[in-house]
Design a protein around this ligand. Structure first.
Ligand code: F6P
Length: 320
């Protein structure tokens, strides 16, 4: 490849800017021309493409969001949209593309690779729902935000001897709930991957309060149900418990990325460029046990990420 482009797509995540910076600077370091596409696949269709230099990505490593902006583009799902996107790259002689995003973004990259563009996917999502990588870019920051919020909730819940239900993002994946729950000492972690019994949970809460526990935190992944529904179910079972619900929402997607996310994004961004130079295409990049890896996107999008049951059991053992 001689000319490559980079875009961010789907829901944004902290560290996307660090990844864009790494792709641009690594590309330039290796003597490539580097372009950026604005607003994800929508920009690819609308030909919103500009050339980047070293300074175009200055002062962004610490910023949340994405300077390239992002979109969930319906038009790109159609073969016509995909062809238009590929044509806009080809007419500039751009033969490589790094796509930073989640599942849907990977599918788009796969289609483009079949149309002759060499593509690499970088896992950019707070959800940590992409297989063949231990972590996605943004996950670490999102978990830190949830942990920080729960620290704050604990203060006020203890004062009032209350229980708190915290609804977190993650789409169909329970990782944000699991990691934040373990790190914040939540009493109960509800994730879509593991069935649970609300009778048992309500009884345990009641007993714990009677035994002198001053607060109880339940963390609910959005893939399970709304936090409000869990609160209603618990107070219906126990008159003495009136949980307060906090929905953290898009707060989880904002703010400066943690150093872990910046390092992950920098390593993966540089790796994606090197893989393109080596002639790879249609691959998703990841990090498994500290090692950078590539996997066929086809395989990535057709595999469900395995839930870390060991960590879940650990959280359960420690939250007695
Ligand atoms: O994929 C990231 C994510 O934040 C999910 O956790 C959440 O379900 C979804 O995006 C929210 O999407 P939107 O920003 O379009 O409301």
């Amino acid at each position: 490849v001689k000319k490559i482009a980079v875009l961010t797509s789907g829901g944004d995540s902290q560290g996307m800017n660090a990844a864009v910076r790494a792709v641009v600077r690594s590309g330039l370091y290796h003597g490539l021309e580097v372009y950026a596409v604005q607003r994800g696949y929508a920009g690819l269709i609308n030909d919103d493409i500009r050339q980047m230099d070293l300074r175009s990505v200055g002062d962004i490593i610490q910023r949340g969001g994405t300077i390239l902006q992002t979109a969930r583009c319906k038009e790109f799902i159609t073969p016509e949209g995909q062809q238009m996107g590929a044509d806009n790259l080809m007419k500039r002689g751009i033969d490589g593309l790094v796509v930073i995003g989640g599942d849907g973004s990977y599918q788009g990259a796969n289609k483009l690779s079949k149309l002759g563009i060499k593509t690499m996917g970088l896992p950019g999502t707070i959800d940590n729902d992409i297989p063949f990588t231990d972590y996605t870019i943004g996950f670490d920051t999102a978990v830190s935000i949830v942990v920080d919020a729960i620290n704050k909730l604990r203060d006020t819940m203890s004062s009032h001897e209350r229980s708190s239900i915290v609804e977190v993002m993650g789409r169909y994946c329970g990782d944000i709930a699991l990691y934040a729950g373990l790190a914040s000492g939540a009493e109960t972690i509800l994730v879509p991957e593991v069935p649970f019994d609300l009778d048992e949970i309500s009884d345990r809460m009641e007993t714990n309060f009677k035994l002198g526990k001053r607060h109880s935190i339940i963390i609910v992944a959005e893939g399970v149900c709304k936090g409000e529904d869990i609160a209603n179910e618990i107070s219906r079972r126990k008159d003495s418990i009136e949980p307060r619900v906090t929905v953290l929402g898009h707060i989880q997607r904002g703010g400066a990325p943690t150093h872990n996310d910046r390092i992950l994004a920098s390593s993966l961004g540089d790796f994606a460029v090197r893989m393109l130079i080596e002639g790879e295409s249609g691959k998703g990049c990841g990090i498994i046990k500290g090692e950078l890896t590539i996997t066929d996107i086809e395989k990535v999008v057709n595999t469900k990420k395995q839930f870390n049951m060991e960590l879940y059991e650990l959280a359960k053992r420690l939250s007695q």
